[in-house]
Design a protein around this ligand. Structure first.
Ligand SMILES: [Zn+2]
Length: 231
């Protein structure tokens, strides 16, 4: 639903009902604002609550908007690759297809005038996936030998929140956006998922195993969280 903040700014408000919530929770998403509450809280109460948080919401909505603007695939913006923010240079050409080349730490795109964001996103997704197959597969094989833990399969996908996963059958899946991160962080994710072959949860034994191969893993986790805020 559309909702008006105290300065009359119109926002998109999504209400999610969850049974066990004691309080009302607000979250700013790229789509708008999501509020979670249990079903005993009336719509009036929810609206009053959201209205009372107008100042906070305005601030965070503008942060999200700014981030979205920075992430748009347009000339002059930067795109992360292997931990570096690389300049994106777009040029129009007469041909119908879009082309992407990476050279001298810059992304060069040639595209028809009317090329849409989704098409450019697709192009980058293919780039990251190919690079992930090329760089991360041998990295997994190397650490697999070092740790004497063998995955049944290695796959690369796009994921919103997860960098990697390990199934009960020890099949490993990696987010190909890992290619946006510095190599040391990719290595941490690889070791983390391989360790799940032996330890399925995040127990003490699990972290001990990770530490055995990456003694500085805590610093890497911290760095990873910092990177996530940039991406
Ligand atoms: Zn894990």
């Amino acid at each position: 639903m559309q909702f008006k903040l105290d300065n009359n700014q119109s926002i998109s408000l999504e209400i999610v009902r969850k049974r066990n919530l004691k309080n009302i929770y607000l979250r700013v998403t790229p789509k708008g604002v999501q509020v979670s509450a249990n079903k005993n809280i009336s719509l009036d109460e929810i609206e009053a609550f959201v209205l009372s948080k107008s100042a906070w919401l305005r601030k965070h909505l503008s942060i999200v908007k700014e981030k979205k603007k920075k992430q748009a695939l347009v000339s002059g913006n930067e795109v992360y690759y292997q931990g570096e923010a690389c300049l994106l240079v777009c040029k129009e050409h007469q041909l119908q297809q879009v082309e992407l080349k990476f050279k001298e730490q810059q992304f060069h795109i040639k595209m028809p005038k009317e090329a849409e964001q989704e098409i450019l996103e697709e192009l980058f997704n293919r780039f990251y996936k190919n690079k992930a197959i090329e760089f991360i597969t041998p990295m997994v094989e190397l650490w697999s030998k070092k740790m004497s833990l063998n995955p049944s399969n290695i796959a690369f996908r796009k994921a919103k929140r997860q960098w990697g996963s390990c199934s009960s059958q020890n099949s490993l899946s990696f987010n190909y956006y890992l290619m946006k991160l510095p190599q040391a962080l990719v290595e941490y994710v690889v070791v983390h998922e391989l360790a799940h072959i032996k330890e399925k949860n995040h127990s003490k034994n699990f972290w001990a195993l990770v530490e055995q191969f990456l003694p500085n893993y805590k610093a890497l986790v911290k760095e990873l969280r910092e990177f996530e805020r940039l991406l």
